[in-house]
Design a protein around this ligand. Structure first.
Ligand code: FES
Length: 104
């Protein structure tokens, strides 16, 4: 595994949202409500882009069909409860000096 730096910490601010392509994976790095998250750029339901998806208290809402995923619980599906949909892929963030990134 290797550290993949994504952003300098000084550049993170409320509302920060940036897409990256890392080893073929499309990933969004987002800072909201004082928390930073990294997750797949596409919804696991039908691959709708999450670039502009609403987020509140760690819950991200896909605007295509209204599915909601919990970024604080490994992207688990919250709504619709019980629907057979995989979790939104999330990534653990790693800090290295003044940078934040991923270990891949
Ligand atoms: S594609 Fe996201 S809820 Fe259907």
């Amino acid at each position: 595994m290797r550290f993949i730096p994504l952003e300098r910490l000084i550049n993170l601010h409320e509302g920060y949202r940036q897409a990256f392509k890392i080893d073929g994976a499309d990933i969004i790095l987002l800072h909201e409500d004082g928390q930073t998250y990294a997750f797949s750029r596409t919804c696991p339901h039908q691959n709708y882009a999450l670039d502009y998806a609403k987020i509140s208290d760690g819950l991200i809402l896909c605007s295509a069909h209204g599915f909601e995923f919990d970024l604080k619980r490994s992207g688990a599906l919250v709504k619709p409860a019980g629907f057979p949909c995989p979790a939104l892929k999330t990534y653990d963030l790693v800090y290295d000096a003044d940078r934040i990134g991923l270990m891949l």
